[in-house]
Design a protein around this ligand. Structure first.
Ligand code: ADP
Ligand code: MG
Length: 621
């Protein structure tokens, strides 16, 4: 306490001499900025507990209560003047600044656009001070009995700026941003106790801890905490320290928001650093997945350009390549050590699955009897699938004697020749070896013959979307009960979106209920998700759904969610298809209302008439 007293006495609030040099920039343009500035002030004031109370997503109230060293009553007026700070005296100080806020304009900017009520006391004063400010003008100041620290309420944000108010997004969106920033600050400061309530609902209660993993547990739940690997690296010669938690590849996410980067304990956004970590995971993640990580970087402030973005989130480095290489190398060696070696085991078990699958693939080829299959279908199907290609599989019947077939046997050997493309015949199913397209020949609606190319994923997505949409519109979504209900821990920001939309989510086939805290219980899922979806797939869908809801209303995103669900279940690029799979897909695609576009509008089937090909080869002009 002696130390704190000294800070208060020596760090009196004064005008910054050359304030005009400070990069101009709006400090406050939405509620989250207010929350951020107030929390930063509390952290700078060495608070150990920070309580954030928000009403109507911060539009009607943002209250921050801390137990820091407070503001002396004689300085409090000045704290609300522009360019005043107890933290720096001149712009030079910015270069080696360690405290968070540095422009001395946060309180002034906030007070200018809201009604502020602040109660504060410092240790050496017996009574505290109570100040009322409206639109930047002090309208009341009196003495009051209160605890040490600051209790500030920011009410009716932008009450005097209707244009700004109009610009604010929905409550869900604004609240999403606030929750996000609170989560990041809790991660940055596990040593502080963060409490966060919205509309009388507890969203986050993250007690002080000296273990980051405990903080992760409070924010993301038990499963995530379990699959995080702690690491700690330091290079004293270079004043470089890298530590934190790296998520196991199995908890990788579909978007970047589960990656947190901190420099000198400040949450930042940096493309270079993100790339360095992301690329260090190479070979361990599926396509379009991002690692879950919390990484703290400590280095000399002079190598960072912190004042690049007015909101101070984006940072730039003087020696970008050097930072990239360092971070990449440290993370890569940890990834190799802890994940890749372990992954090797998974690979060998996958391999066992792989061989029977290959055999099954062959069996399917042989089982197809063209007569039986074709007789049950209508004529358009016959046109789409020329009998020739089906017969091809029959000719290969004797192949079944061979247990494991070399791939070259199925696909044909390359014809090698100097200065000429390496060429071979395509697979029996017509599926190209990138497993994305299927080549077919047939007759189009105008009775022209030619070449068709099918995008297997796009086609499957269209089929699933129409099926699901029809079921949704007629309230006939088939659901399946889970053998045992699943408890799902969500993050506070996910909870905010999920809770008010439970009814809508149920209409989509998810029987989903709040279980308590940040835990939901799932009893039924839509059949479209497949027979036995894995827990992490369900969790991912829920997390993605709540992500969509952050910026839009449920109604707006319903179609997106349906697209998403239909996409999820669909055959993917990279999936091996049997002849039977392809045939079924074509039959279903033919029955769609819009057979030619996927849920996102990409083409499913392209046609090149022989005439076009003839032109291409200059057979005709
Ligand atoms: P800055 O943080 O850049 O100095 P602000 O406008 O955010 O500028 O705050 C102005 C001053 O008010 C700070 O320098 C600090 O002295 C004081 N102050 C603001 N919030 C607190 C708080 N929660 N506890 C103690 N002092 C505070
Ligand atoms: Mg500040």
């Amino acid at each position: 306490m002696k130390r704190i007293l000294k800070i208060v006495k020596t760090n009196r609030i004064k005008k910054i001499i050359d304030a005009e040099k400070i990069a101009a920039g709006e400090v406050v343009d939405r509620p989250v900025n207010v929350v951020k500035e107030l929390i930063e002030n509390s952290i700078d004031a060495q608070a150990s507990e920070i309580r954030v109370i928000v009403k109507k997503a911060g539009k009607s109230l943002i209250q921050v209560i801390d137990n820091g060293f407070g503001i002396p009553s004689e300085d409090i007026d000045m704290a609300f003047e522009r360019h005043t700070s107890s933290k720096i005296r001149s712009i030079k100080d910015l270069e080696n600044l360690s405290t968070l806020g540095f422009r001395g304009e946060a309180l002034a900017s906030i007070a200018a656009v809201s009604r502020v009520e602040i109660i504060s006391r410092v240790e050496f004063e017996e009574k505290g001070v109570h100040l009322l400010i409206e639109g930047g003008k002090i309208i009341d100041k009196k003495k009051i009995s209160c605890p040490i620290g600051v209790n500030i309420q920011v009410k009716n944000l932008f009450y005097n700026l209707p244009a700004r108010q109009k610009f604010l997004k929905t409550d869900a969106t604004e609240l999403g941003h606030i929750t996000d920033i609170l989560q990041r600050y809790s991660l940055a400061h596990p040593e502080l106790h963060f409490i966060y309530r919205h509309n009388n609902l507890d969203i986050l209660n993250c007690p002080a801890s000296n273990d980051l993993r405990t903080t992760v547990f409070h924010i993301y739940g038990k499963k995530i905490a379990k699959f995080m690997e702690p690491f700690d690296y330091s290079d004293k010669d270079d004043n470089f320290k890298l530590s934190g938690l790296l998520g196991h590849p199995q908890i990788a996410k579909k978007n970047r928001s589960y990656s947190s980067l901190f420099i000198n304990q400040r949450y930042i956004i940096s493309d270079v650093l993100f790339r360095a970590v992301n690329e260090a995971y190479e070979g361990t993640l599926m396509v379009s997945k991002y690692p879950f990580f919390i990484v703290f970087l400590e280095l000399d402030p002079y190598v960072i350009d912190f004042n690049v973005h007015p909101k101070k989130l984006h940072v730039r480095f003087e020696k970008e390549d050097a930072i990239y290489n360092k971070v990449y190398n440290v993370i890569r060696s940890i990834v190799e050590d802890r994940f890749i070696i372990k992954e090797a085991k998974y690979l060998s078990t996958e391999l066992e699955d792989f061989i029977p699958k290959e055999e099954k693939f062959l069996k399917n080829l042989i089982q197809i009897s063209p007569k039986e299959e074709l007789e049950s279908e209508n004529t358009t199907q016959k046109q789409l699938i020329p009998e020739k290609s089906v017969q091809l599989s029959l000719e290969d019947k004797d192949l079944s004697h061979q247990k494991v077939l070399p791939e070259s046997f199925l696909r044909g050997k390359y014809i090698l020749s100097k200065n000429f493309p390496k060429l071979r015949l395509i697979s029996h199913t017509g599926q190209l070896s990138n497993k994305t397209y299927v080549v077919l020949e047939g007759i189009n609606e105008n009775n022209e013959e030619g070449l068709f190319i099918l995008d297997q994923h796009a086609a499957s997505e269209r089929v699933n979307k129409e099926r699901f949409l029809e079921a949704y519109e007629t309230s006939k979504i088939s659901v399946q009960k889970l053998v045992s209900p699943l408890k799902i821990d969500v993050s506070p920001s996910e909870k905010i979106f999920l809770e008010p939309n439970l009814h809508e989510i149920r209409k989509l086939g998810f029987n989903f209920d709040l279980f308590g805290g940040n835990t939901f219980i799932l009893r039924e899922i839509p059949i479209v998700m497949g027979k036995l979806p894995k827990l992490n797939i369900i969790k991912e869908i829920i997390s993605d759904i709540s992500k969509i809801g952050k910026d839009k209303s449920f109604k707006e995103v319903r179609e997106e969610i349906i697209n998403y669900l239909s996409c999820h279940k669909s055959i993917r690029g990279g999936d091996d298809l049997t002849l039977k799979d392809i045939r079924n897909l074509l039959i279903e695609l033919a029955h769609c209302k819009d057979s030619y576009h996927c849920a996102h509008g990409r083409p499913t089937l392209r046609f090149f008439s022989y005439k076009e090909l003839d032109k291409l080869f200059k057979r005709i002009v």
